[in-house]
Design a protein around this ligand. Sequence first.
Ligand code: SAM
Length: 291
Amino acid sequence: MNVDIATPSRTKEVIQKYGFSLKKSLGQNFLIDLNVLRKIVGAAELDETKGALEIGPGIGALTQQLAKTAGKVVAVEIDQRLLPILADTLGGYEHVRVVHGDVLKLPLAELFREQFEGVTGVSVVANLPYYVTTPIVMKLLEERLPLENIVVMIQKEVAERMAASPGGKEYGSLSIAVQYYCEPELVTIVPHTVFIPQPNVDSAVIKLKVRKVPPVAVEDERFFFEVVQASFAQRRKTIANNLSAKFFTKETKGALEGILQSCGIEPSRRGETLSIAEYAALSNALRAALR
Ligand code: SAM
């Protein structure tokens, strides 16, 4: 069947054939290493009963490997210039559908209903454009799409923040948001030599196993995330000072210490030391007190 796209020679050949100029502004760094692609696809645990949503197929390097494994592949690409190229490189894969659009604007729930009917589970598998990694991952999670897992190549530093535990400098509101919805696992670190052109940051593949239910009981999710955001507003400040600035006035802030202590949290602690369970307890108690 089709020759592998993800080799340096084939990638250069395709780019030259179409006179394609890569756009840095769209995060176009194409993968040219089959071993890395196999690791990504392997981590997604696909088979012919499953579907894969790819974001940003580029010239089809990863799409092709997904097509060899999954029963249905849907690839969303923003750059119209890539559509004829994809029609060529992916010609013959009947179960692959390329959708032109910006993944941040597409109604994904509708796309899932239309495209993945009958599959036993869907994974998002992608080498994400680094300029929009976090908005894309958060959109996938917040829309509560029926996903089994998300396996994505992202900037190493962002992957470390997503997977971080309390206490370290990587741990922050992104860690808590991602871990509220998923169990993260760092799959592999990837050198920048496996891309054309090479990005100037290190990359990592992260697997986010989507939880069926959150790990903690939160009464108001919006408020929970507001509390988390506020707690990291100024990382060097204590939790009491950050929360006081956001939710209390001079007159009411006396109550905060008691609320923190009722949750077993010392007011002098910093936001980066609190676990998700502590944030859940705190946001429930604060919500009750502020109502
Ligand atoms: N999957 C290919 C690979 O691994 O070689 C290309 C990956 S490249 C890092 C990112 C791809 O995402 C590019 O093809 C780019 O045009 C596309 N892209 C960028 N922003 C996008 C968006 N908002 N929605 C959909 N695709 C996007």
